[in-house]
Write a protein of this length. Structure first.
Length: 637
């Protein structure tokens, strides 16, 4: 579909949604409660399957004209959402509807959440305040797009002057895919595939440091100007809505409930992780001194490299040893086969679906002979594409209505006739992680109400299914089904998996502490008035107070930290979710491929979408409230 035709279809759906609003407002006052909430839930139904594609195409479509028109459409959609969220007539009509004795819990939940969201949007403020809220919401969409665009389009190149000699330590297939140019140099991108390879394995400290600076500065200077505007406008909006700061506003309807509670959670995790992290840092420094006897510090651009060296020495495992067992297509097929066997479904390739790039695949999810969902895989890097890994929802599924659709957007190497695109095990783990998000959205698509479809739980719960599914990437029995040497067809040896797992356990203290730095940074940017706040100085202050690795002068991590837009103050979500995931995984530990447990999990958690509070979903599956104990055992083991 060309950009003009696509834009026309979206704008037509926007108008039909506005027509739905008028029909809803015209409902007779005696209309049954169930009809009222169903009609309210369906106001935006004409946009289902379109608004999700707008967001996806903005980040992944190869055609510049389509990306440009989708940015415009994102702004028009945001205007519609803001308009409806501040529509006093809608609020009054919904609030005037009283649930009957026969109303079910989900009908009541639609009313409760609808009224809550109206109040959080500022619908009950005076006309002038509502108008300012509307202007801010629309401005924030444009600022957010600018912030994201600078990260996506701001990828830099780094030229290795010494050619392959300057990339000593990197595997032969990587060098083959990055040939020397006529002048003997090699050009690298700052995209994730090059990033991981260079920082983990390149022996040249000069190359790693210079590459690191290019990578961290890929949205500099642009986002150093955009980020303050983003923070200032969000703070103003939070104050208009009656909150002390944006952190308190954005966490109020989450599991954590407030910025203060999020900060307390971070303090607890930092206290647990700190001793282990410091011991690991000292080991890295000791290893660095084998190369530089006078070394007194390990920098961020050195941590991945020396972590690999220590892992190899302590556990007899080098991350490159496992790569021959993980050609991309085998990994893809393995993730799909594992998921199909675990949940008793079939993934059937759909070759008739409309795709936006030749490398994109479409698969239907078939359960008991019926197509219940659909997903797309856009897995390889290209210019002007989203640079990380994420699940984009495309359509919300409803019982008896549309099927759920979603897309994985990743940046794994692409196989060719001469290159099988070998993955690091970290990338295999990422594939399972993102597929966990995908399954949550697809299995959660059978709701009566669209507002509870898919991943519609509290934002600080959404990482639980994905982080838990990472565990399957480590199971020897699971890996044995697909991890085979791309040349010899030999399955990955169990002892290698054991060494790989032991090596992975090394460094988790520093990993957790670094994640807490990211979480503290996102919270500190949003838990105060940002006026006059030197954002770079605040980043350096937090780093020096929390991490043993010092700040690298001239680097601006905050300018390319995309979560400062998407997650805003909620980067704590990843560790909060990991605590829950570690506890929930205890039910799978005895047999990870037990379909009975998997389907209890699917029924109690994934298939419920947002129809219940997240804490209740967890207790339904565990038979109790979740706790911290499993996470503590993991961190200390």
């Amino acid at each position: 579909m060309d950009a003009t035709t696509f834009a026309a279809s979206v704008r037509s759906a926007i108008q039909r949604s506005r027509d739905n609003v008028e029909e809803f407002l015209a409902l007779d006052s005696s209309s049954p409660f169930g009809e009222v909430v169903e009609r309210f839930d369906g106001l935006l139904q004409p946009l289902n399957g379109l608004s999700g594609r707008v967001h996806l195409y903005t980040h992944a479509h190869p055609d510049g004209a389509m990306r440009e028109v989708c940015e415009e459409l994102e702004q028009e959609l945001a205007s519609l959402y803001t308009e409806l969220s501040l529509h006093r007539g809608l609020y009054d009509r919904l609030s005037s509807s009283e649930p009957t004795d026969a109303a079910g819990p989900e009908e009541r939940r639609v009313l409760e959440h609808g009224l809550r969201d109206f109040r959080r949007s500022g619908v009950d403020r005076d006309d002038a305040t509502r108008e300012r809220i509307k202007d801010l919401q629309e401005e924030l969409v444009r600022i957010g797009q600018e912030f994201d665009r600078n990260i996506i389009a701001g990828g830099r190149t780094y030229v290795v002057a010494d050619g392959h000699a300057g990339l000593a330590g990197l595997p032969a297939d990587y060098l083959a895919s990055h040939p020397e140019r006529e002048d003997g140099t090699v050009e690298l991108s700052t995209d994730p595939a090059d990033r991981m390879a260079v920082l983990n394995f390149c022996d040249s400290a000069k190359v790693r440091r210079e590459f690191f600076l290019e990578m961290t500065n890929r949205a500099v200077p642009e986002n150093l100007e955009v980020l303050p505007r983003l923070l200032e406008k969000r703070h103003e909006l939070a104050r208009l809505l009656g909150f002390e700061n944006w952190a308190d506003y954005i966490t109020e309807d989450k599991m954590v409930t407030s910025g203060r509670e999020a900060a307390d959670f971070l303090d607890r995790v930092v206290e647990l992780a700190h001793p282990r992290a410091m011991a690991e840092y000292e080991e890295l420094l000791e290893r660095k001194r084998a190369d530089d006897a006078g070394a007194s510090v390990v920098f961020d651009w050195e941590r991945p490299y020396y972590t690999e060296k220590v892992k190899s020495a302590k556990h007899g495992f080098d991350a490159q040893q496992a790569r021959p067992y993980f050609p991309y297509e085998r990994v893809r097929d393995g993730v799909l086969a594992t998921s199909a066997a675990l949940y008793g479904v079939e993934f059937r390739r759909n070759r008739d679906a409309e795709l936006w790039h030749p490398s994109v695949e479409c698969h239907d999810v078939v359960d008991k002979g019926e197509v219940i969902a659909r997903f797309y895989l856009d897995m390889h890097p290209r210019d002007n594409k989203f640079k990380h890994a994420a699940m984009f929802h495309v359509a919300e599924g409803t019982a008896g209505g549309a099927i759920a659709e979603a897309c994985l957007v990743c940046n794994f190497p692409e196989p060719t006739d001469t290159d099988p695109a070998l993955l690091l095990h970290d990338q295999v783990t990422t594939f399972f992680h993102e597929f966990g998000h995908l399954l949550h959205h697809l299995f959660g698509g059978g709701q009566r109400f669209a507002c509870f479809s898919g991943i519609s739980t509290e934002r600080d719960f959404v990482e639980v299914p994905s982080q838990m599914y990472e565990e399957w990437a480590w199971n020897p029995q699971v890996l044995a089904t697909f991890a085979r040497h791309h040349e010899t067809e030999e399955p990955i040896p169990e002892d290698m998996v054991a060494r790989m797992r032991a090596a992975d356990e090394y460094g988790k203290g520093l990993h957790v502490l670094t994640q807490m730095f990211y979480a503290r940074l996102s919270l500190s940017y949003y838990d105060r008035d940002p006026e006059g706040l030197d954002l770079t100085a605040e980043m350096v202050r937090l780093r020096e107070g929390m991490l043993p690795m010092p700040h690298e002068e001239g680097s601006y991590f905050n300018a390319a930290f995309g979560h400062l837009h998407g997650y805003s103050a909620m980067y704590y979500t990843y560790m909060w979710s990991l605590v829950i995931a570690k506890d929930m995984f205890t039910r799978f530990e005895s047999d990870m491929m037990d379909s009975r447990t998997a389907n209890e999990y699917r029924s109690a958690v994934l298939a419920r979408g947002g129809s219940k509070d997240a804490k209740d979903l967890v207790s339904d599956f565990l038979g109790r409230e979740y706790g911290f104990e499993a996470f503590e055992r993991w961190l200390k083991s």
